[in-house]
Ligand binder design. Structure first.
Ligand code: NAX
Length: 336
C-alpha cells in the first residue's frame, strides 16, 4: 500500500559540515520528517569544504539508500551560494576546530572566515524567512558573526544550547527518578561553554509544583557542586568516555531546536535558545546569549519577568562577560 501523499510544500534545508559526525546523525533525522513534520518533503543541500565533498557524496548516497518517503533532492556542494539557495532552514554545523596550542583569538579568527562568508551567502541566496541554527563552536559568537556579516534580520539566527538544556533535564530526571517528560522550565543561560549557567530555580513538574527544593535548593551542594559543573563539562566527559565528541545527542538537540522553532513549544513550558539579547535580564542588547525562550507563531520570544537572585545574577553575569569578551575580540580583529 502507498503512503499518503505529502500535503505541504517542500522545504529546502542546508546542512554545513555535512561529512562530519553530527551531520551523519542529523541528516537522517531531518530526512525522516522529524523536524518539519511527516507531511513535508525535504530537499537537502549539503555544504562541505572541497576536501570533504567526496565523503559528503557518500552520505548523500546513504540518504538515498534509506528510501525516505519525504526526501526530495540531495545536493552536495562546496559553494555556499549554491548550498543556501532557497533555504528555508540552515544548520551551520561545520566549523574550524581549535588547533593544538591555538589562542582563542585564532579560533575566533578562523571561524570568522567561515561564518562571515556563510552569513553573507545566506543573506544573498536563502529564503527571506530562513531560520538559521549555529551548532559549530564557538556557537554563540559564530552566530553573531554570521548575523552581522549578512545583515540578517534579528530573530533569524540562533545558536544551540539545547544540548546543554537536554543534558540538564536528564541529570535532574536521574536524580529525582522521574521521566524527563515530567520536567518543565529548565533554563540554560549564557554562553555554550563551561561558563554556562544551567538553572533549576524555575523547574516544575506536570502539576506546576516547584522542584528546586527536592534537589536541595538552588544553593544546595547537589546543584552547585554536582549538577552545574557536570552539565557545563558534559562535553568533555563524553569525549573522555566515548573517545570522541557528542554527535548523536548534539544532532538530537538540533532536531529539537528547529522542530520547536517551526512547530512551537508546549503551553506553559520553555526551552533554552541562543539569540540576540533585547536587553532582557540586563544582558547587553545584541549579545548572542542563551535565554529561556518560547516559540510562538514560528518565532522565538524570551520569557520575561523571572526574578533573578543575587547568585543567579552573578552566574549569568560571568557567562555574559565571557561572551562580551569574545565579541570584543571579533571586533578588534575586524572580523565583521
Ligand atoms: P566533525 O569534525 O566531525 O565535522 C565537521 C565538518 O565540518 C567536517 O567534515 C569539516 O570538513 C566541515 N567543515 C569545516 N569547515 C567548513 C566550512 N567552511 N563549510 C562547510 N563545512 C565545513 O565535527 P562534529 O563532531 O560534526 O562537530 C561540528 C561542530 O559542532 C564542532 O564545531 C563542535 O565543536 C560543535 N559542537 C557543538 C555543540 C553545541 O551544543 N552547540 C555540541 C556538539 C559539538 O561539540
Amino acid at each position: 500500500m502507498q503512503s499518503p501523499a505529502p500535503v505541504t510544500s517542500p522545504v529546502t534545508v542546508t546542512v554545513t559540515g555535512a561529512a562530519g559526525q553530527i551531520a551523519y546523525a542529523l541528516l537522517f533525522r531531518i530526512a525522516a520528517g522529524e523536524v518539519f513534520g511527516r507531511d513535508t518533503v525535504v530537499n537537502l543541500n549539503l555544504l562541505e569544504i572541497p576536501a570533504a565533498t567526496t565523503a559528503a557524496e557518500g552520505v548523500a548516497m546513504e540518504l538515498q539508500d534509506a528510501a525516505f518517503p519525504l526526501l526530495g533532492t540531495v545536493t552536495v556542494t562546496d559553494d555556499a551560494a549554491v548550498a543556501f539557495t532557497g533555504a528555508d532552514a540552515a544548520f551551520l554545523v561545520g566549523a574550524k576546530p581549535r588547533g593544538k596550542g591555538a589562542e582563542r583569538s585564532e579560533l575566533l579568527a578562523d571561524n570568522g572566515g567561515v561564518f562571515g562568508p556563510q552569513g553573507k551567502a545566506i543573506a544573498a541566496n536563502a529564503h527571506s524567512g530562513v531560520r538559521v541554527l549555529v551548532v559549530g563552536n564557538p556557537a554563540n559568537t559564530n552566530a553573531a558573526i554570521a548575523a552581522a556579516a549578512g545583515g540578517l534580520p534579528a530573530g533569524s539566527v540562533t545558536a544551540m544550547t539545547r544540548l546543554d538544556h537536554n543534558r540538564a533535564l536528564s541529570q535532574v530526571a536521574q536524580r529525582l527518578g522521574t521521566p524527563v517528560a515530567g520536567l518543565h522550565r529548565m533554563t540554560v543561560w549564557g554562553n555554550h561553554s563551561t561558563t554556562q549557567f544551567p538553572d533549576i530555580t524555575e523547574l516544575v513538574d506536570d502539576t506546576g509544583r516547584p522542584l528546586a527544593e527536592d534537589l536541595g535548593g538552588p544553593e544546595g551542594t547537589w546543584n552547585t557542586d554536582e549538577f552545574i559543573p557536570r552539565v557545563a563539562k558534559r562535553g568533555a566527559e563524553i569525549i573522555s568516555v566515548r573517545g570522541s565528541s557528542s554527535a548523536a545527542s548534539a544532532a538530537s538537540a538540533a532536531v529539537d531546536h528547529m522542530h520547536d522553532w517551526v512547530h512551537g513549544t508546549p503551553e506553559g513550558d520553555w526551552v533554552s535558545v541562543v539569540l540576540p539579547s533585547d536587553g532582557s535580564y540586563g544582558v547587553p542588547e545584541g549579545l548572542m546569549c542563551s535565554f529561556p525562550c518560547r516559540s510562538v507563531d514560528g518565532a522565538w520570544q524570551i520569557v520575561q519577568g523571572l526574578e533573578l537572585s543575587e547568585v543567579q545574577r552573578t552566574r549569568l553575569d560571568a557567562s555574559v562577560e565571557e561572551l562580551a569578551d569574545e565579541w570584543s575580540t571579533v571586533q578588534e580583529l575586524g572580523l565583521v
